[in-house]
Each structure stands twice: as structure tokens, then as C-alpha cells.
Ligand binder design. Structure first.
Ligand code: M6R
Length: 610
């Protein structure tokens, strides 16, 4: 999704802006641009379709230099990807803005501004905002007042950064529904839609709240809230080393992130478990009071995070005996609900900025849920700030669009949460100790799966020329199959469907022939014999099977059945371990197909618009 960077400094800001854009590339975009106010107090602009590298080339030929600037990567919503639609947008030759989000009433405003004599050069909603601010600037001769007046007219979601050559010492930024962070420097300050963009220049950040307007100068930042009252926003230090946003020796971020899983799973359990118990206090000082009241859990999330929620439902109902519902946020937010008494609302999100998940949370807070708990990976994100209770995953920055380490750390956090809830619902100390022990074994078991990487790469060759694939799992492995299919489709563009294996004969079996690879996860559990019967059904129709199985599950390799042995794992933690070979499989298929692994087509890392 779109990315914003801005800087006010004594030094030339062009390099800072370009590096910031490069660091936002992972979010997905189709064009990039930059505007800078130079010493002669003129606003200069460069925009290019395609990669940030094209913008960098254009700027090398015609440098933009100055001490104040804004830059943007655009993901088209209004109007095709093109140079004229790329940001920054300007009104006249002095005001420039960049925008993330969607302005819903842009058409009415556009008609009004046209009638007032403004000329439009793009199809974007953003250009409307540029002209609107300029219209108010002519009236107020003050950029802060102009921005304030203009945003009062906007409906929709936005993060905006605005500069004006008549006021060359500062930037104005504001947010409503889209994230914006201020990077605090020494004698210089920065803004971005994501703190990762600014890690080379600072590790101290202030997160704007909804409705805030901030005035960013070289040596000062002042913020006003929606009512116009001056406010302070806490400075938060970024905790992960800035190299965690670098690829290092790895060919792709996705591969690096898959390999980081043993360490980040460990980091997520650290401080929250002893050898035998979950430390409930580590979930928040009020966790014990809250959890003892919970009679129902409503989980909301999107994409991979939704799959994590689906696994958690099996755990919550089995270990805590508490009913649990799971729904994708985009559906939940648009229907009526019957809320059971003492229902805990649980949102799961890597970014904490997913528009649908945030909208669902905001509705839930009005709707009478007992409390809202967030499981999230980004400190200071909107989800974290707006929830009553938070369990932070410790995955560190996830750059690859395809979520990997975020998922396994979400599962780790969800299992810890489940044990805390289950303790109030009759879980014995022995059972808790058994599962905590299994959690502690996870980093080592994931390492064992990573050691199969070369074999999985070999296996991936069988998928390279296929157009379709089927993923099967039963019980808590069904969401793992869903996640495996999502990974394959999003980075290799191979159509992949996932089914509970028991559903095969109710329809999907009709698709099975020798051209349809069927991937299955088969830990040794109570359902494994039933799963093996389902595999027979596939084999009898000529389907080629790729089975990741526990050796004790006794799935035999033979003609058309490829079996990869996985370590023996506890039934409860098996979904975490069995996810990893599916991530590696998708990764290697994508590499063989030569797709853009870290930035797959049409997708964005953080979906901050609806
Ligand atoms: O940041 P979130 O966890 O809220 O994001 C939700 C989905 O957009 C995300 O998981 C998406 O499905 C990933 N691309 C999956 O790999």
C-alpha cells in the first residue's frame, strides 16, 4: 500500500527520502515521486512509474536538492498507475502533498474546486486535497490553518504530508484512519507512514493519534489534537536493531524471515512462561481479572492472521472449554451481531494498521464486548493503542509481503493466551506443564524443519509447471493447509485451494487428476488414520501426493506419494511446526518461477484502506 516519507533537515534531504522509499518498497506500489523545496524557495518535483530505482535514476539526471521534502510510493486506487497520477500532487507551483488513504467525497470536492477555477491534471482523490488546501491557503495565508480547514471538509481516510514554498521551514502532517509516525532526530526531524522507512536516521518515534495535526520543523515538533488543543505524544524507542530490516546474506526477505522463526518464537515466549507455567501477569496487570470472566472469545483478523485465529479456536475450545468464534474482519464489520455476555474481542494483526481489522475493533468497542485484546507485532500501531490489553509478538520487522514469522509468533502468543484462559477453566497444572514444555521445544523443532530446506527445494520442482494445487489438513491442521495454500498462491501465482480432508468426496475430488499436486500435513494425531483414507481417495484418482508427516504416522512413500518426515511434535504445537515446510515449499516454487517473492504483484504488505 502507499508509503510516505518526509524530512526537514540542515542537510540535503534527497538521499534520506530515497532511502526511506526503498525501505517502503515491501508494502507494494506502482509509482514513486518526490518534491523538495530548494534554496531558491521553489518546489521541485520528480515522479516515475515503476520502481523507486527509476525515480532514483531520474533524480540522478535531474537532481532535486533542498532541506525540506516529501516523497511517496503509490498503490493505485483512483486512476491508473501513471506519471500524472503519481504523488506528490501540486496545486500551482508552490504547494505539494503526498497522501495515503482514500477520500470518499473527492468527486463533490473536485466539482466544487473546478467551478472555482482549479485545473486538474490527474484522476486522483489526492489532487483534490492539494487544491483544497491551496484554496484555504489563499484565504488564511498560513499553512496550519489551511490544512486544518481543508481536512475538516474531507470524508474518508488519510495520512497527509504538505509543504508550501512560501513557508520553506516546515512540513504539516496529519492523520485520520491511516498511520503516520514522526521520527525525532537531532537538529532534524522526519515523518513516514512506517517507522522502518526512517531507521537509518533515527530510532525515536512519536505516533500520531487519529485527528492529530503536527507541525514539523528542523528543531521542533508541535502537535495539536482534533479539537486544536496542543498535545504531547510519547517518544518510543525502536527496539529491534536497524539491521533487522536488511536482507543480509539471504536472497529474499521472505527466506530470511522463515529462518528467523526459531529465534522470534523464542523471543515471543520469553518472559511469559516459566519451565512449567504461563505467567499470566505478563499478559497485562489486569489479565487475571479479565480472563476469569470470559465466557466466549470472538476472534477477528484478515489473511494469514485470520488463519492464526482459526488455529486458536481449536486450542481455546479444547484446552479452555470456552466457546470461540472466528471471522474475517471485512465480513464481521458489515453484519449485525448477537454478542454473548462476557465475550472477549480478540484482534490479530501483524501490522496493527489493517483497515478492516481496525474498523471491526472500533465497532466492537461500542458494541458491548467485555474487553478488546490485540495480538500484534508493531509497537505503537493503531491496534495496540486502541485495545484494552495487548500481547506483542516479537517477530521484529516483517518485510516480505507474504507473512511467515508473524504467523508462527502469533500462534505462539495465542497458545500462551489460551493456557492463561484455560487455567481459569479447569486446566490441570500437569496439562499446562506438558504444553508449556512443548512450547519450549518449538525453536529446536523448527530448526529441524529448516534443515530440510534443500529437500523441500527439490520437491518444489514438481510444482513449477502446474496451474492448480490442493492442500489438505484435518482438525487444527486445516488452517495450516489454508495458510500453505495462501502462501503458494500469493507468491507463485499458482491457484491453490485448501480443504479439510474429510470434505474431499463432497466436491473437490472431482478436480483430482495427475495434473493436480495435493499437499498434505500429517502429524501423528487422532485423525491421522482418517487422513490416510483421504489420501487413498486422492491416489486412486491419479493425484500426486506430497505429504509432510510424522514418522510415527506411518505414511508410506511409494509411486505418486512423496513423503517428507518431520520431527515428532506435541499435537497441540504441531500447527506451528507444520507451517514451516509449507512456507519453504512456496518460497522455492516462487524462486523457480522467477516471481517477485518479496513484493508479489497486486499485493501490499499493510492493507490500510478498505
Ligand atoms: O497486518 P495484518 O496481519 O493485519 O495483515 C493481514 C493480511 O493482510 C495479511 O496477513 C496478508 O494476508 C498476508 N499477505 C499474507 O501473507
Amino acid at each position: 500500500m502507499c508509503g510516505i516519507v518526509g524530512a526537514v533537515s540542515e542537510r540535503d534531504v534527497q538521499g534520506i527520502l530515497l532511502e526511506g522509499l526503498r525501505r517502503l518498497e515491501y508494502r507494494g506500489y506502482d509509482s514513486a515521486g518526490m518534491a523538495v523545496i530548494d534554496g531558491g524557495r521553489v518546489t521541485q518535483r520528480a515522479r516515475e512509474v515503476g520502481k523507486v530505482a527509476s525515480l532514483a535514476e531520474a533524480i540522478e539526471t535531474n537532481p532535486l536538492s533542498g532541506h525540506l521534502g516529501i516523497a511517496h510510493t503509490r498503490w493505485a486506487t483512483h486512476g491508473e498507475p501513471s506519471q500524472v497520477n503519481a504523488h506528490p500532487h501540486m496545486s500551482g507551483d508552490r504547494l505539494a502533498i503526498v497522501h495515503n488513504g482514500i477520500i470518499e467525497n473527492y468527486q463533490d470536492l473536485r466539482d466544487e474546486l473546478k467551478a472555482d477555477g482549479f485545473e486538474f491534471t490527474s484522476q486522483t482523490d489526492t489532487e483534490v486535497v492539494a487544491h483544497l488546501i491551496e484554496q484555504y491557503y489563499r484565504k488564511h495565508s498560513n499553512l496550519y490553518d489551511a490544512v486544518k480547514a481543508a481536512i475538516a471538509r474531507l470524508r474518508g481516510a488519510y495520512a497527509l504530508a504538505v509543504l508550501h514554498a512560501d513557508e520553506p521551514d516546515h512540513l504539516l502532517v496529519c492523520r485520520e484512519g491511516s498511520p503516520l509516525v514522526i521520527g525525532v532526530g537531532i537538529g532534524e526531524n522526519f515523518i513516514a507512514s512506517d517507522q522502518l522507512a526512517l531507521l537509518p536516521v533515527t530510532d525515536r518515534f512519536m505516533f500520531l493519534e487519529e485527528g492529530d495535526i503536527a507541525d514539523i520543523r528542523r528543531d521542533a515538533v508541535s502537535i495539536h489534537d482534533r479539537e486544536g488543543t496542543p498535545v504531547e505524544r510519547k517518544i518510543i524507542r525502536f527496539e529491534h536493531g536497524s539491521d533487522s530490516a536488511e536482507k543480509g546474506e539471504y536472497r529474499h526477505f521472505m527466506l530470511k524471515e522463515i529462518y528467523e522463526q526459531p529465534a522470534v518464537i523464542k523471543a515471543t515466549m520469553e518472559g511469559r512462561t516459566t519451565d512449567t507455567r504461563v505467567l499470566e501477569q505478563a499478559l497485562g496487570t489486569d489479565a487475571a481479572n479479565l480472563l476469569q470472566d470470559v465466557n466466549h472469545v470472538q476472534i477477528i483478523a484478515c489473511g494469514t492472521s485470520y488463519h492464526a485465529g482459526m488455529v486458536a479456536r481449536y486450542w481455546i475450545e479444547e484446552l479452555a472449554g470456552v466457546p470461540c468464534s472466528v471471522e474475517v474482519a471485512s465480513e464481521f464489520r458489515y453484519r449485525k451481531h448477537v454478542i454473548q455476555r462476557d465475550t472477549l474481542f480478540l484482534c490479530i494483526s501483524q501490522s496493527g494498521e489493517t483497515a478492516d481489522t481496525l474498523a471491526a475493533l472500533r465497532q466492537a468497542k461500542q458494541a458491548g464486548f467485555r474487553a478488546a485484546l490485540a495480538i500484534c507485532n508493531v509497537p505503537g500501531s493503531s491496534l495496540v493503542r486502541e485495545s484494552d490489553l495487548v500481547i506483542m509478538t516479537q517477530a521484529g520487522p516483517e518485510i516480505g509481503v507474504a507473512s511467515t514469522k508473524a504467523f508462527t509468533t502469533q500462534l505462539t502468543a495465542l497458545l500462551i493466551f489460551t493456557l492463561a484462559l484455560a487455567r481459569h477453566n479447569g486446566l490441570t497444572e500437569e496439562r499446562e506443564a506438558e504444553i508449556v514444555k512443548a512450547i519450549h521445544q518449538l525453536p529446536g523443532q523448527v530448526d529441524q524443519v529448516l534443515a530440510l530446506d534443500a529437500e523441500i527445494a527439490e520437491m518444489s520442482k514438481a510444482f513449477m509447471d502446474k496451474n492448480h494445487s490442493l492442500f489438505l489438513g484435518r482438525g487444527s491442521q486445516f488452517p495450516v493447509a489454508l495458510e500453505g495454500a495462501l502462501k503458494l498462491k500469493e507468491i507463485s501465482y499458482i491457484h491453490a485451494e485448501a480443504y479439510p480432508a474429510g470434505e474431499l468426496k463432497h466436491g473437490p475430488l472431482a478436480l483430482v487428476d495427475s495434473e493436480m499436486p495435493v499437499v498434505t500435513v500429517a502429524p501423528n494425531n487422532a485423525l491421522v488414520e482418517k487422513l490416510k483414507s483421504n489420501l487413498e481417495e486422492v491416489r486412486a484418482r491419479g493425484g500426486e501426493l506430497f505429504v509432510f508427516a510424522d514418522s510415527a504416522a506411518d505414511v508410506k512413500a511409494e509411486e505418486g506419494i512423496h513423503v517428507m518426515q518431520l520431527p515428532s511434535v506435541h499435537e497441540i504445537t504441531a500447527p506451528i511446526v507444520y507451517t514451516v515446510p509449507l512456507q519453504l515449499l512456496s518460497y522455492h516454487v516462487a524462486v523457480l518461477k522467477g516471481t517477485d517473492v518479496d513484493q508479489p504483484r497486486n499485493l501490499a504488505k499493510s492493507v490500510t484502506v478498505e
